[in-house]
Design a protein around this ligand. Structure first.
Ligand code: ZN
Ligand code: FE
Length: 253
């Protein structure tokens, strides 16, 4: 059974170390801060043997070289932006899988935030490391891709088993909640979620990981296929245009 050690780093990133106790391997999920990752691994008594990058942004791959220098770990990252991943050893994409001890992660291509962004889905652990593709009540900004590309990526994530825990890379949830309720003010599941988020954050608690089932019921970016949202955004019958409009509003919010 996989052990996941989560810790805040930089201003609003989460660090994740995934550890297979049977084999003793540890994967660093992204590398926002090499010093913090190495310190957290040491505290756990773990040695980082792999890095799994989701995308090239410096708050995700900036610590690659320093962690590799310190541990000799193997770096796995997205094939479609491999040229931007420092010290990459193995480039992967949709259809590939990577192993941590006895645990398998299936690679999903989820472009849009960046053109090569990937997610790591661990079916036996009901876990997905999704980087900046999707957040609790949010999704990544569409920096490099297009709205239809991003909607296709979110649709692939939506199709994972509903009991999948989504390990998002940032604690953006309180701000996302303020926005989400403007899009779907009458959604009772969203109202309850916003209350829970405000309570959690007031108590200093993390809102990551989140459960896919809850996001499917509340996250406006995952709900662009809902007829009433399409109508409200002025794009009846068009999920991509609805997604694009929600994203446009969030970018200005
Ligand atoms: Zn990013
Ligand atoms: Fe990020």
């Amino acid at each position: 059974m996989l052990q996941i050690h989560q810790f805040p780093c930089l201003s609003d990133n989460y660090g994740f170390l995934a550890h297979d106790p049977a084999i003793g391997e540890t994967a660093a999920i992204d590398t926002p801060d090499a010093t913090e990752y190495l310190a957290q691994a040491k505290k756990q008594g773990w040695t980082i043997t792999q890095i799994w990058n989701t995308h090239w942004h410096p708050d995700h791959a900036g610590g690659n070289q320093a962690i590799k220098d310190a541990t000799g770990c193997k770096i796995i990252g997205p094939r479609n932006e491999a040229d931007k991943i420092p010290a990459i050893d193995e480039a992967v994409g949709a259809g590939d899988s990577v192993n941590l001890g006895s645990i398998t992660a299936q690679i999903m291509d989820v472009p849009g935030h960046t053109l090569g962004h990937i997610a790591y889905h661990l079916p036996t652990e009901k876990t997905a490391f999704v980087g900046d593709a999707v957040f609790a009540l949010g999704c990544g900004r569409v920096f490099e891709g297009t709205p239809d590309m991003m909607w296709a990526s979110l649709s692939a994530l939506k199709a994972l088993p509903e009991d999948t825990a989504l390990y998002c890379a940032h604690e953006y949830t309180a701000a996302n909640a303020k926005f989400a309720i403007t899009i779907e003010p009458d959604n009772p599941d969203l109202q309850a979620y916003v209350d829970d988020i405000n309570t959690s954050r007031a108590a200093g608690k993390w809102t990551v990981p989140t459960l896919l089932s809850r996001e499917l019921a509340t996250n406006p970016f995952l709900r662009a296929n809902e007829a009433h949202l399409q109508a409200a955004m002025g794009h009846a019958g068009d999920a991509v245009a609805t997604f694009a409009e929600i994203r446009r509003r969030k970018d200005k919010f």
